[in-house]
Write a protein that binds this ligand. Sequence first.
Ligand code: IPM
Ligand code: MG
Length: 362
Amino acid sequence: MTQTYRITLLPGDGIGPEIMRVAVEALEAIARQFDLRFSFNEALVGGAAIDATGEPLPADTLEQCCQSDAVLLAAIGGYKWDNLPRAQRPETGLLGLRAGLGLFANLRPATIVPQLIDASTLKREVVEGVDIMVVRELTGGIYFGQPKGIFQTETGAQRGVNTMAYTTAEIDRIAKVGFETARQRGHRLCSVDKANVLDVSQLWRDRLTQMASQYPDVELSHLYVDNAAMQLVRAPKQFDTLVTGNLFGDILSDAAAMLTGSIGMLPSASLGVAGTPGLFEPVHGSAPDIAGQDKANPLAQVLSAAMLLRYGLNQPQAATKLEMAVTQVLEQGYRTGDIMSAGLKSVGCRAMGEALLAALDA
Ligand code: IPM
Ligand code: MG
């Protein structure tokens, strides 16, 4: 009998529910074609969870996620919840989900879609062919290090503190993901740190260097984060796979995403140790300004579902099929507002979904 995969859906806020609907329909079509079985259960996270329960990550949501084979998240946040105390903010729900599932490795591809190359703010010759994978450490570093908080000093002033800390075990496990990801791609790994200033970065660099001997087929290089930011916009094609800590990865993955000019197209995967469910979500946010207006681009959500198939369920053929359907709708000229250019077919979220289903069935 075919195995049934349990997938927890977290539509979240803003455009989340509408783009999620498209991704689920696409997964259902894929299931029919590849003889897979999915059982979907939906749970609350972010603002939607705050409104319903008072907290951004209810225990029941985390429990449902832990019990599933993979988690598909759309987007969280919105103006409405921006001024709540930190513990009740949507972002805290996302961080809790990452920590709660032990999702220490975040894969963020920044790939130029040939059909959308003119959407980039950089010159065509600079970005044509860009294909970068950012491997970001996701459950450590300055996001989680102790001590943290706003403290009272002896003089009565306040002092805000966060701590950037990595243990060798934390560095080694993300380094391994970096090397193995590079091995499946262009065999070049660039580690980004701030070892000229930070001790935590020196340890990071030393561990990466030591580990390189286990991966003779991968060429390891190191860059300081400021230089890496500059190189990313100067000559992005020099990069294949980047591996870096939580904060640097947050910043550099946004910069890398923008090279493509179409953040509405970029998926991501967050993975833990083998056997734990991964979390798959688009790189873009909840876009509250266009929520509920059928204007959102669902393709990053669909590509996140493809990453779920590839990295979460080990169904690479199904993943490729979904990715090819996305390419096909772009080839056919369908464009949502964020990627529209003259002469092409302007569609909303739902119509884009229908075009995608037609491409999947063709
Ligand atoms: C991201 C986001 C999050 C982060 C926020 C929303 C907590 O910027 O996924 O990159 O900083 O990790
Ligand atoms: Mg970010």
